[in-house]
Design a protein around this ligand. Structure first.
Ligand code: COA
Ligand code: AMP
Length: 637
């Protein structure tokens, strides 16, 4: 049965569809109630009980697959490699779980994991799942204040971290960042457990910090059964960009998540037990949670964990070497990584150096897949390039192409009733652009709650279009049913596959003493898809020719938000175009900065501001590769 038929069936009889899918999971109490009740908080498989770690590890060991490789780790940054069989990973997770229990972590308690791409991060996540604790992984590219905000919101008992991680040309001192964040946060941490890496061992603070290896040794051989949890109990919190500076912790349940991921791994990605699968993402993002850790293990596949970049560590052949070495059958990455590889190896010489006969398909997500990149990848690899569109909130693809039919573009996946609505909530006819929405109810696996804020899910996602979940993406549906996602309608931008809120960056820039007003917009970038550009109006008295202001602002964002913001371009302008009600016309600024023809918006307060802006931004700033602080011509006040 094709995906289209499957999709239709999932909407026509969702109880039958998801009841069958739920059999992919071992339940300690099988759910008798499959579909959520229509009132209150939706909960799939509401009366079911299970343990996600049991499903990811123990179940396979019990079934006699303990010798199968569960996790392969490759670090291009240190040259290290490690393999864990299912039995070995289960043992390590049991020991880590015993360590957490000994530190007082129990069912429902939170554990923040701030670690680079090392096996201990995966072990920590699964150990939390084992004891019914809730993990919250924080991406390493965030600076200490962002980590502190997440610590405050999640309220963890324990932090799992490492002494350091690596970015090309520099060592990231994770432990120092944790110390800084804890000094800012209002949090009663019981313990910080540190995986010491020989390249930069950390100084441990007596009474609070513990050495990961010593703790694991102290609990060696511990046996710890999986804790039975309710389907609706939270498995993890993952913070994502919202429209405000407040952290938005997406809550994922256990039951719906396990079922949806197991189903998707098999039927969307075509991966079965024993296959080798590699999601070249980061555990700090949802792709990493779903498709590095949980989905491949839930179905008994081998998952690859990679610490490194697609290029420069050491070259653009890294992906293909790893695929060949481990006989990867399915690779998942972001278009930006492919663009980086293509830029360094246009004719695919590195691909030809490897035997990639095991590779069956390349899956991409995280940002819009451009035709050129798709065609290039298809040509050099000779496999289908399959796009899939989703969000942190959904946890798994809303739409996906098909590797069987080699269709790249996405059709809705089971349970997602995708529609395009206009500003008045009316259906837009096929081919017409509008807001992409999902008719309620949402399928299993999709969040229905924001941590610490019971009303926020409904207010952010369900109120704009009653009866629908508002994705925040715009797009259209082709005549053949393919959903084309064009971009965000809110202030979220997508930089190198990373989701950033321009509002948050603006909030930080506004704290600078010379900044009177600012706007951050995402401009098209040939490598990263979009990059943020800041447009600032200086306060009276500030030196408008002083290049230090731009550098200070770039440094401020790096220090307060993190390098991942990739804000390198600051433009001093005389004024920002606004509507008569005072709203900054960001889209107008973006179009002017990109050299597009811009008509004067009818709502503009002062058309002369736009004319001045056009003159000022007549020249696009040159791109700085890795350097900070660049600005265009300083604008006269
Ligand atoms: N820890 C600390 N710093 C990090 C980091 C991490 N985990 N990840 C990124 N950064 C830093 C980078 O070192 C860089 O710092 P710099 O300004 O000092 O150079 C900055 O954040 C911006 O990083 P990035 O936007 O990733 O740019 P890049 O030039 O380092 O790399 C690519 C470009 C395309 C190679 C890289 O962005 C990439 O691999 N993208 C794919 C992303 C992805 O898989 N996303 C998941 C969605 S599926
Ligand atoms: P995140 O929550 O970080 O996964 O980011 C989700 C956002 O990334 C979506 O709302 C989209 O804007 C964008 N996105 C993810 N996948 C795709 C895709 N395949 N095509 C277009 N945009 C995508």
């Amino acid at each position: 049965m094709g995906l289209a038929d499957t999709h239709r069936r999932s909407l026509e009889d969702s109880a039958a569809f998801w009841s069958k899918a739920s059999k992919l999971i071992a339940w300690s109490r099988a759910p008798s109630q499959v579909v959520p009740e229509s009132s209150g908080r939706w909960q799939w498989f509401a009366d079911g009980r299970l343990n996600t770690c049991f499903n990811a590890l123990d179940r396979h060991v019990i079934a006699g697959h303990g010798d199968r490789v569960a996790l392969v780790w490759e670090s291009a940054m240190t040259g290290a490699q490690e393999r864990f069989t299912y039995a070995a990973l289960q043992r390590a997770v049991e020991v880590c779980a015993a360590m957490l229990v000994n530190l007082g972590v129990g069912h429902g308690d939170r554990v923040v994991i701030y670690m680079p791409m090392i096996p201990e991060a995966v072990i920590g996540m699964l150990a939390c799942a084992r004891i019914g604790a809730v993990h919250s992984v924080v991406f390493g590219g965030f600076a200490a204040p962002e980590l502190a905000a997440r610590l405050d919101d999640a309220g963890p008992k324990v932090i799992l971290t490492a002494s350091c991680g690596f970015e090309p040309g520099r060592v990231i001192n994770y432990k120092e960042l944790v110390d800084e964040a804890l000094a800012m946060a209002d949090n009663d941490i019981c313990a910080v457990v540190v995986k010491q890496r020989p390249q930069l061992p950390a100084k441990l603070q007596p009474g609070r910090d513990l050495d990961w290896n010593a703790e694991m040794e102290a609990h060696a051989g511990a046996k710890l059964a999986c804790v039975d949890v309710a389907s609706g109990d939270p498995l993890y919190i993952l913070y994502t960009s919202g429209t405000t500076g407040r952290p938005k912790g997406v809550v994922r349940d256990n039951g719906g998540h396990a079922v949806a991921l197991a189903w998707s791994m098999r039927h969307i990605f075509g991966i079965e037990a024993g296959d080798v699968w590699w999601a070249a993402s980061d555990i700090g993002w949802v792709v990493g949670h779903s498709y590095i850790v949980y989905a491949p293990l839930l179905i008994g596949a081998t998952t690859v964990l990679y610490e490194g970049k697609p290029v420069g560590t050491p070259d653009a052949g890294t992906f293909w070497r790893i695929c060949a070495r481990h006989r990867v059958t399915g690779l998942f990455t972001a278009p930006t990584a492919l663009r980086a590889i293509r830029r360094a190896d246009e004719d695919g010489a590195h691909v030809r150096e490897q035997v990639l006969d095991a590779l069956e398909a390349l899956f991409v997500a995280g940002e819009r897949l451009d035709d050129e990149t798709a065609t290039w990848a298809r040509n050099v690899l000779g496999v289908p390039v399959v796009d899939n569109w989703w969000q942190t909130e959904t946890g798994w693809p809303i739409t996906a192409g098909s590797r069987e039919t080699r269709a790249s573009g996405g059709r809705p996946t089971p349970g997602f009733n995708v529609v395009v609505l206009d500003a008045n909530g009316r259906d837009v006819p096929r081919g017409g652009e509008g807001s992409i929405c999902l008719r309620l109810p949402l399928p299993p696996g999709v969040t229905t709650a924001i941590w610490n804020d019971p009303d926020r899910f409904a207010s952010e996602y369900l109120t704009a279009y009653p009866g629908y979940y508002h994705t925040g993406d715009s797009g259209y549906i082709d005549d053949d049913g393919t959903v084309q996602v064009l971009g965000r309608t809110d202030d979220v931008i997508n930089v190198a596959g990373h989701r950033l809120s321009t509002g948050v960056l603006e909030g930080l820039l506004a704290t600078h003493h010379s900044v009177a007003e600012c706007a951050v917009v995402g401009l098209d970038d040939p490598l990263k898809g979009q990059v943020p550009h800041a447009f600032i109006v200086l306060k009276n008295g500030a030196d408008h020719q002083d290049p230090a202001v731009a550098d200070e602002l770039v440094r401020l964002v790096r220090a307060r938000f993190g390098a991942v913001a990739a804000l390198r371009e600051v433009h001093v302008v005389a004024a920002l175009p606004k509507t008569r009600s005072g709203k900054v016309l960001r889209r107008t600024i973006r179009d002017v900065a990109q050299g597009q023809t811009v008509d004067t918006p009818p709502t503009i307060e002062d058309p002369s501001v736009l004319a001045v802006l056009k003159t000022q931004l007549g020249v696009r700033p040159a791109k700085s590769a890795h350097n900070i602080g660049r600005r265009t011509k300083g604008a006269a006040p």
